[in-house]
Design a protein around this ligand. Structure first.
Ligand code: UDP
Ligand code: MG
Length: 155
């Protein structure tokens, strides 16, 4: 039996600047992922130190932080069957030129750090990142009439 999970996605400043917010969200909607949280977030130095702590010793750390503060980012909470893995699959590998064709990063971007999107990469990361960027009141559980086709057996 597959698990229904929630995962955290951030649409990065290049997605906003390049008018790709709708295209990216459309891909998640068409997959059958339910948007249960959606808002603008203005990232700060402190938030990014936490969020990218695993990269703090990398030479590009200052650069990725500067990039992520250029505009507000769009935060999404997506829900669905094995949403954490499924979203990462749709997003593609970190380097857009090594990402599989058909993924968001491969189809719509060329280079790091501007690979359009962040997505939680594990259950632990999703847990921490959802708490980092969304309050409980900002996440909405609701039924869609399509749930029976997307999540169930269609009847
Ligand atoms: N990044 C970069 N240069 C690199 C590797 C990563 O600028 O050589 C940026 C890129 O925007 C990436 C982010 O840092 O998405 C976070 O890196 P991570 O390894 O966590 O990749 P992700 O989980 O985003 O695929
Ligand atoms: Mg990562």
């Amino acid at each position: 039996m597959s698990d229904i999970q929630r995962t955290l996605v951030l649409l990065k400043p290049d997605a906003l600047q390049r008018d790709l917010l709708g295209e990216i969200i459309r891909r998640f909607e068409f997959k059958g992922l339910k948007i249960v949280g959606l808002k603008f977030i203005r990232l700060t130095d402190e938030l990014l130190d936490e969020h990218y702590a695993h990269l703090s010793d990398k030479p590009f750390f200052a650069n990725i932080k500067k990039f992520m503060m250029q505009t507000p980012v769009v935060g999404l909470v997506l829900e669905g069957f094995e949403a954490i893995t499924e979203v990462r699959k749709i997003v593609g590998s970190t380097n857009p030129r090594q990402a599989d064709a058909g993924t968001i990063r491969a189809d719509l971007s060329m280079n790091v750090p501007s690979n359009l999107i962040h997505a939680s990469d594990s259950i632990e990361a999703a847990d921490a990142e959802l708490k980092r960027f969304f309050n409980d009141e900002e996440i909405f559980a609701y039924e869609k009439i399509t749930d029976r086709y997307v999540l169930g057996e269609g009847v």
